[in-house]
Design a binder for this molecule. Structure first.
Ligand code: 4AD
Ligand code: MG
Length: 464
């Protein structure tokens, strides 16, 4: 007898097979005719398979009749055509083995629907719900598409370090990595904690971005991408921020900003196209139960060219909008979520790429334009989520880069290796970072970023 997943056993082509299915009971219903229907789920798809267990099974009275939500079982049986609505097949049990019981008085996931907030308290059980199961299958597809896309485009997957001594974004929102005993730290002559005596002989942190190391490999191997966890110690309790999130960062030598924008657009179109093609059942669920605008928003990404708009033109649109923003907007100010959402949701009603931002609000590594006021930055904004990608063409001119570092109070000594890339065979290059969780939010319609990562890390939350 071969093992089948619920997904496989639900196919019409499985009819006539003898099979073993294994998973968790969602519900049990007893029929007067002396048999029970068990809805079995194994996570392979959203839907359950209906198991029909007759009263003449040897453990029917002792066990099967007592199955409740959450019990784990193995069923050997025959896949048959089903008379039930919404299912092509069902499984007629010939043997049913109970692995684990789930006391219905104690098991939280009973028929009652819980709020997503409540489910966060049960991070260990919530993957057994329809919503989180669907999110994780879509998240898996997005990750697969990320690799497929960059591999197909000839990008090399490079692993950049999680522990680093440099602050890529210059925002100072980093988690320190140390083995120093806080109760008894080594001191320098001034009495400050002496990180020269720490594990790495210098202050070290969890990375906020793999970009700087990505640039090293791009300026040797051409086109690379890095994809891994990144960490930010910003104390922002919003529906779009995590302290630990996953970022995919391509970096390409001989790329200018236009190439970078084209790449970002092809990239998002590919992910969305793959999700639409491969996650139909889960996407129908999100459309019906979470947000009925997700499918249309994804179609728009797949089909429409992305609008491209300079920061300066965007400011004009915002000033002329007549909207009452909480944060007033003027040239030189950073865009807030409300401004981004106005542009992409109300004004343009589609994804938009903003480019050429003021130099004063962007990190040191972005290439300065000839106007001396703006840098070759780009942000991709999408409806509902706002900024989903941030990137730029990098400053490849040594003198300009040193000037920018001085402007931002960075010590060139700390970045000597980064400056070496400009000293030895410098080339124009560009890249960007996509926040994986924001992408999953965009495609699923999930309102809170805490619900699209298995174990969200936010201020005050790291239990499991
Ligand atoms: O715009 P960011 O800060 O760009 C960088 O870090 C660049 N070094 C990337 C590069 O050019 N290689 O971050 C990139 C993206 C954002 O657009 C957003 O989608 C996501 O990362 N992101 C976050 N996602 C969740 N929680 C947070 N706290 C995030 N901060 C950024
Ligand atoms: Mg950004």
């Amino acid at each position: 007898m071969s093992k089948l997943t619920v997904r496989q056993a639900r196919q019409e082509s499985a009819i006539g097979q003898s099979a073993t299915l294994q998973g968790w009971v969602r519900t049990r219903r007893d029929s007067k005719g002396g048999f029970s229907f068990i809805e079995l789920n194994d996570g392979s798809c959203l839907a359950n398979i209906q198991v029909v267990a007759d009263a003449d099974l040897p453990n029917y009275e002792a066990e099967i009749k007592h199955l409740t939500a959450g019990c784990s079982i193995t069923v050997h049986g025959d896949v048959k055509e089903s008379g039930g609505r919404g299912q092509a097949t069902e499984l007629q049990a010939t043997e049913l083995i109970v692995h684990g019981w789930a006391d219905p008085d104690a098991y939280p996931l009973q028929k009652k629907r819980h709020s997503l907030e409540k489910l966060r308290e049960w991070a260990h059980l919530r993957p057994r719900t329809n919503t989180i199961g669907a999110v994780m299958r879509v998240r898996n597809q997005v990750c697969r598409s990320i690799h497929d896309f960059f591999q197909d485009e000839g990008f090399l997957y490079v692993h950049t370090p999680v522990i680093t001594a440099s602050d890529c974004e210059g925002a100072g929102e980093m988690f320190r990595v140390t083995t120093i005993d806080p109760a008894n730290p080594p001191r320098d002559e001034q009495g400050a904690v002496d990180y020269a005596q720490d594990f790495f002989d210098r202050p070290s942190y969890l990375t906020v971005s793999g970009q700087l190391e990505g640039e090293i490999y791009a300026t040797a191997l051409g086109k690379i991408y890095t994809f891994g966890p990144t960490f930010r110690a910003e104390n922002s309790n919003t529906s779009r921020h995590l302290a630990e999130f996953w970022m995919v960062e391509p970096e390409a030598a001989f790329y200018e900003l236009e190439d970078n924008m084209d790449l970002a657009e092809r990239f998002l179109k590919r992910i969305v196209g793959d999700v639409l093609a491969n996650c139909d059942e889960d996407m129908q669920f999100f459309h019906q139960r979470i947000d009925d605008t997700v499918l249309a928003a994804m179609q728009a990404v797949a089909e429409q060219p992305f609008e491209r708009l300079s920061y300066t033109d965007a400011i004009k649109l915002l000033e002329e909008s007549g909207e009452k923003f909480e944060f007033p907007i003027a040239w030189g100010a950073d865009l807030q979520a409300e401004h981004e959402r106005y542009l992409t949701e109300k004004k343009i009603k589609a994804p938009v790429i903003l480019h050429d931002y003021p130099r004063s609000i962007k990190p040191f590594y972005m290439r300065v334009n000839d106007d001396d006021k703006t840098v070759r930055a780009m942000d991709v904004l999408v409806p509902r989520v706002g900024e989903i990608i941030g990137g730029s063409q990098r400053e490849e001119r040594l003198d300009v880069l040193e000037g920018r570092m001085a402007e931002q109070g960075l010590d060139p000594q700390d970045y000597w290796w980064y400056l070496d890339l400009r000293r030895f065979g410098t080339v124009p290059h560009a890249g960007f970072g996509l926040g994986l969780e924001r992408m999953v939010q965009f495609v699923t319609g999930m309102a809170n970023i805490r619900d699209v990562i298995p174990f969200p890390r936010t201020p005050g939350n790291a239990e499991f």
